[in-house]
Design a binder for this molecule. Structure first.
Ligand code: DAH
Length: 361
């Protein structure tokens, strides 16, 4: 057969095949099949030896032409199939941005921190500033400066954790603050020079972690207290009742009433326990003629308060003849439970990090 014809036929045949190719892989196979070292063109070229010398250059030129033709077809097909494949992949991997996303789990602040924020807010509206004081402190601020001398039995009530640290001759032992009143003692001492120089008043609320060696269903060894103090000239019990009543109405509800009951603390004189009217029986102590089960005779015990003892003011270097001060303080956990009317079976639940419990608040 005529070699020139065979070459032309090869060109036509390859063109047809390449145009039908469906994938880049198929094209690659054609490339080898037609143009590879052992491919069809190479096979035909072996026949050059059989043609006359005059015809050889013509065959050579024709072979190059056919090779070039096949290459161009391969290239064109490659371009077309390549972009088609990329498009298909893009379509497949396309994200539907209108689809609703997956919401990541969202937490909320701990119930006790919520209570702390609320308490802070209420007192800030009455002109108190939240102070921050160390929660590892000296015996001086926790007891001595609060009119509780070393051997005084009242100190046993505080069940204090003492640090294994050198004792200071000036400040005594180091401890974990057993009540937030120690922070108040520090605030008083810090503000004393300002009072002396510029006069004015002190209105501080210390909300802090407190620690006592007690753990059972109504006690945890770490809990929170808030402790407020208002120092000015001629502060009286009336002011004390006023600020407590304001807090109780803001925190528990406008219909709640407050009363002071005489009590004893070393750092206040006079001292009181604060009661609030029971929200369940509305302070009457009775529900449909039956005794209310939430309270004792219409009142619930909230916390301690009083007028700071002159010795406490003097220990902070504040002149107790010029100034007087009201003070109050009690636990955040208990206050929050009272607000919600929660009878928490076990106070320890608050700090067990059990989400089933915490998510309820
Ligand atoms: N610090 C006391 C306690 O932990 C409570 C207390 C009573 C605080 C009377 C006060 C106060 O500021 O005036 O039991």
């Amino acid at each position: 057969m005529d070699l020139q014809q065979l070459l032309r036929d090869l060109g036509d045949h390859a063109e047809g095949k390449i145009k039908q190719a469906q994938s880049l892989a198929e094209l690659e196979a054609f490339q080898l099949h037609f143009l590879g070292r052992k491919g069809e063109l190479a096979l035909l070229m072996k026949k050059v030896a059989e043609v006359s010398k005059e015809e050889r250059p013509i065959i050579g030129a024709l072979a190059n032409e056919v090779k070039g033709l096949i290459e161009r077809h391969l290239e064109a097909a490659h371009e077309q199939l390549g972009s088609a494949e990329i498009n298909a992949q893009l379509v497949e991997e396309q994200e539907d941005i209108t689809e609703p996303g997956i919401r990541p789990p969202e937490g909320h602040i701990h119930v006790i921190n919520q209570a702390i924020e609320e308490i802070t807010d209420i007192f800030e509206r009455a002109g108190f500033s939240r102070t921050r004081q160390p929660e590892v402190d000296w015996d001086w601020y926790a007891f001595e400066a609060l009119n509780m001398p070393k051997e005084h039995p009242a100190r046993d009530e505080w069940e204090t954790f003492f640090m294994d640290a050198p004792i200071s001759s000036k400040w005594g032992k180091m401890l974990l603050t057993p009540h937030a009143t120690s922070g108040t003692a520090r605030t008083l001492a810090q503000a004393a020079p300002r009072l002396k120089k510029e006069g004015g008043s002190i209105r501080s609320i210390n909300i802090a972690k407190t620690y006592r060696r007690q753990i059972d269903i109504t006690h945890v060894p770490m809990f929170h207290q808030f402790d407020g103090v208002y120092v000015n000239k001629q502060v009286s019990v009336t002011h004390l009742l006023g600020i407590l009543d304001y807090f109780v109405k803001e925190f528990f509800g406008q219909d709640r009433r407050t009363r002071l009951r005489p009590f004893h603390f070393r750092f206040t004189e006079p001292s009181f326990e604060i009661d609030i009217s029971c929200g369940v029986c509305n302070g009457s102590g009775k529900i449909n003629g039956e005794k209310c089960r939430t309270c004792k005779d219409g009142w619930l015990e909230l916390g301690g308060a009083g007028m700071l003892h002159p010795n406490v003011l003097e220990a902070a270097n504040i002149d107790s003849k010029t100034y007087s001060a009201l003070a109050f303080g009690w636990g955040v956990e208990r206050t929050y439970m009272m607000k919600e009317g929660l009878q928490l079976d076990d106070m320890r639940l608050l700090y067990k990090n059990d989400l089933r419990f915490l998510k309820q608040f």
